[in-house]
Design a protein around this ligand. Structure first.
Ligand code: AHR
Length: 498
């Protein structure tokens, strides 16, 4: 028999509006994300600009809002000028971050053109690793200034008459990380980020600027880093970043399925630090979070691998093939991001295609949806209007990493037309949960639809040959009075009420 869980939905439990930017992703010059990912001129589906139409279609279906670019670790050694102008004159460079050769066939103009086709908003990162204020301001002038200066006219000469009008800018990437080219202390980075932000705001005062927070909640400088960086940057930035990756370690599926517990702790800690700095500075402004790298990543496996020795072009790096349990863990992370929409106002799933990504491609061949595609696409599609806090009453289980954790993890959103969608994960590995929903405050609603993403084999994957092995299916176990839905073990669920 199924164990019982309950949740109550009340429109009064409003958290914040659903932030469209929660459904952002990330395209880095890394492995096959750009080359043979979004761009492959010889591919049968390539359009007149060399962009793969199959990947564009899947990007639209995924419901992506923003795309962060061009890195990641890559940006910390990047010279943006290499990637503009006639292709035959663009230099090939060593990319120190990924020990690859960068051909620069794709640069900022191509990326923005791709964004327009995909219907997504570009989010740009500047290099504060090997470069500084001048180069960041140059890139901003190139991208956003209408015309009449050397750099804006150069953009026009390169074919982009209209300014790119990029609103969100990341001030470097993971500058707390020892692996970063140009790694800095919090003081060094905080000063540089503040001065870069001030200069960029002189060009365009309305930019939304993101300061680098910690690369993970287990970083040795976590907390102290945010505090010092924000001391320097508080008045000139809008957001601070968080990055987090999770993986199943040593076969501990129970802890892995509860990894959103760490994300929740991470968000609360950063909010507390930011608000503490704000109070100390007597600021009336609030700094929000851009969770601009998050995903499942089997990092320990990749770290064990040798870096490529021969500086290859677009080698297959970080190509994780996700299974059902990965998708359910990822669904739990989405629930946590949405639950915290009052302070997490932007997020980027890292990354979009091939590199730890929901979309996979074969060079010259097929493209398909990984298991992790589905929770993201469904949440992006159905989360709208307002986020409602739901307080689940659920049996719990003991995990090695996080102690006692509820089996049910959930959030709800209420659309402008009053329709409510519940997103729910059952973390149990050994049985279904019978979820009873108390929606009396909504007045006489019914379950109008329910889907579940699950599989008898928690390690089932999608492949080019079997692309739909794991996909959301209609959930047949629905009762109307009282409202009740059966959530299979290790499952991601979407329930519509109306
Ligand atoms: O997304 C892969 C890498 O993870 C990024 O380049 C870096 O910012 C992070 O460490």
């Amino acid at each position: 028999t199924a164990r019982e869980a309950h949740l109550t939905i009340d429109p009064a439990f409003r958290v914040a509006p659903v932030r469209r930017r929660t459904f952002g992703t990330f395209v880095e010059h890394l492995g096959r994300c750009v080359y043979t990912g979004i761009y492959e001129p010889g591919h049968p589906s390539a359009d007149e600009d060399g962009f793969r139409r199959d990947v564009l279609d899947l990007t639209r279906e995924l419901g992506v809002s923003t795309v962060r670019y061009p890195g990641g670790n890559f940006v910390s050694g990047y010279r943006w000028e290499d990637g503009v102008g006639p292709r035959e004159r663009r230099p090939r460079r060593l990319d120190l971050a990924w020990h690859s050769t960068e051909t620069n066939e794709v640069g900022v103009d191509e990326f923005v053109a791709w964004c327009r086709k995909a219907g997504v908003e570009p989010m740009m990162a500047v290099n504060l690793g090997t470069r500084g204020i001048a180069e960041a301001v140059d890139l901003l002038e190139y991208c956003n200034h209408p015309s009449g200066t050397a750099l804006s006219d150069r953009r026009i000469a390169n074919g982009a008459k209209q300014p790119h009008d990029i609103r969100m800018w990341c001030l470097g990437n993971e500058m707390d990380g020892f692996w970063q080219t140009g790694h800095k202390t919090a003081r060094e980075y905080g000063r540089l980020a503040a001065e870069t932000a001030r200069a960029m705001r002189m060009v365009d005062p309305d930019l939304e600027l993101v300061a680098c927070g910690s690369s993970g909640s287990s970083m040795p400088t976590f907390g102290a880093w945010e505090a010092e960086v924000l001391e320097h940057t508080y008045d000139v930035v809008d957001l601070v970043s968080c990055h987090a990756y999770y993986e199943e370690k040593d076969g501990d599926l129970g802890s892995f399925l509860a990894c959103s517990t760490d994300m929740e702790y991470f968000i609360r800690s950063v909010v507390a630090t930011a608000d503490h700095v704000g109070a100390r500075l007597k600021s009336r402004k609030r700094i929000d979070i851009s969770f601009d790298e998050w995903n499942i990543w089997y990092l320990s496996r990749h770290q064990a691998a040798e870096p490529p020795r021969d500086w290859p072009v677009a080698p297959p790096l970080l190509e994780d093939h996700y299974h059902l349990a990965d998708a359910v863990a990822l669904g739990g992370l989405i629930i946590t991001l949405v639950r915290n929409s009052d302070r997490v106002t932007a997020a980027s799933l890292a990354q979009l295609v091939n590199v730890i990504a929901p979309i996979m491609t074969e060079p010259g061949g097929r493209a398909w949806r990984q298991t992790t595609f589905h929770p993201f696409a469904q949440a992006s599609r159905y989360a709208s209007g307002e986020v409602l806090r739901v307080e689940p009453v659920s049996p719990s289980y003991e995990t090695a990493e996080y102690g006692e954790v509820p089996l049910l993890h959930a959030v709800a959103t209420r659309a402008d037309d009053g329709g409510v969608t519940v997103f729910a994960v059952n973390r149990s590995t050994d049985g279904p949960l019978s979820l009873e929903i108390d929606a009396r405050a909504l007045g006489g609603v019914r379950v109008t639809g329910a889907t579940t993403l699950t599989d008898a084999d928690v390690y089932a994957r999608n492949t080019a040959d079997q692309p739909d092995r794991v996909a959301p299916r209609a959930n047949p176990h629905v009762e109307q009075d009282p409202l009740r839905v059966l959530l299979p073990p290790v499952s991601w669920n979407v329930i519509h009420l109306g």
